[in-house]
Structures are given as C-alpha cells and as structure tokens.
Design a binder for this molecule. Structure first.
Ligand code: SAM
Length: 155
C-alpha cells in the first residue's frame, strides 16, 4: 500500500513484528507509521482510515476483546471506506493442531466474521483452506482453515 502512495499506519503488540516491517520499509525506502501497541488499546479515532486491514491477528485475542474493538474499528473507517481481514476459523483445529495452551485467542465460528460485518456491504467473503508455506519457528509447510472478508462501510 505504501509503495502505491498510500499513507500507512501499522500496529503490532510484539516488538519483533514492528521491527520486521520497519526493516522491510527501510529496504524499500518507504515511510510507514508503526506503533508497538495492543489492538485492544489502540486509539482508532473517528473516520480516519480509507481501509482497515488485518491478517491472522484477530484470532489471537479473546472473542470478547474483538467484540469490544469492533465498533471502534467500524467508526474509524471513512464513509465508503473498507475493511479487509483474514482470520482462522474453528476448522483450524483439524487443519493445524496446536500444542495445548498455545492459543490465547479464539477461532472464528463459521460465518462469524460475515455476521460481525453484516451492517457493511459485503463485497467478498470466503471460507476455506490456506496453504501456508511455513514460517518461524517451524518452517514446515502446513494448512490453516480461514475466513476472509472484504466489506465496505455503507455511510
Ligand atoms: C500470524 S502473525 C501475522 C502477521 C502479519 N499480519 C502477516 O500476515 O504476516 C500475527 C501477528 O499479530 C500480532 N498480534 C497478536 N495479538 C495482537 C494484539 N492483541 N494486538 C496487536 N497485535 C497482535 C502478533 O504479534 C503477530 O505479529
């Protein structure tokens, strides 16, 4: 997005996540506003963003935390602005079994993200299986059960 001339802000609650994006931005000589902060504590503001984008993060917080920030996220989007996200679904337990205690968050129920944005115009919604090529700490390819949404604020 920044490479295409958009003004971009990003948050992550882990220093390592911020440093990774900082490095990428420096290599590409891009300016991105980055903050190490929990999504639950971030001040989203009112009608500030044309697009709010999040991939594979909301499933790492309890459902009640997501419910609490949902109205703030919606309010932060400009009229006719969009929300784009990907989350892991309940089917992920079959696709990608984790060690006990690994998950501090929640897995989205089937159609849940769709219902969460039912007051938006749903431009795309998809549930399925994503082939993950692997990442630290275990680089083996694996699969995730996912839901993805692209929705537009009506007014
Ligand atoms: C699976 S990674 C996805 C990273 C990136 N979105 C991507 O697609 O490559 C999940 C990221 O969410 C961050 N995260 C987890 N819980 C968070 C929270 N409550 N607030 C902000 N960031 C969080 C983690 O630190 C991690 O960087």
């Amino acid at each position: 997005m920044a490479e295409q001339g958009f003004e971009v802000e990003g948050i992550d609650n882990a220093k390592a996540g911020i440093e990774k994006v900082q490095k990428m931005a420096q290599e590409r000589k891009m300016k991105i506003g980055l903050r190490c902060i929990c999504a639950q504590e971030f001040d989203y503001g009112k009608e500030r963003y044309q697009l709010v984008y999040s991939f594979w993060t909301f499933n790492f917080m309890p459902r009640q935390d997501f419910i609490a920030i949902l109205p703030k996220i919606k309010a932060s989007i400009k009229p006719k602005g969009c929300f784009l996200a990907g989350v892991f679904t309940v089917m992920d337990n079959q696709k990608c079994p984790k060690k006990k205690g690994y998950r501090k968050g929640h897995l989205f129920g089937l159609n849940q993200l769709l219902k969460d944005f039912i007051d938006f115009r749903i431009l795309r919604y998809k549930e399925g299986v994503y082939n993950d090529p692997g990442h630290p700490p275990d680089f083996r390819p694996h699969q995730h059960a996912i839901a993805m949404i692209f929705a537009q604020k009506i007014k």
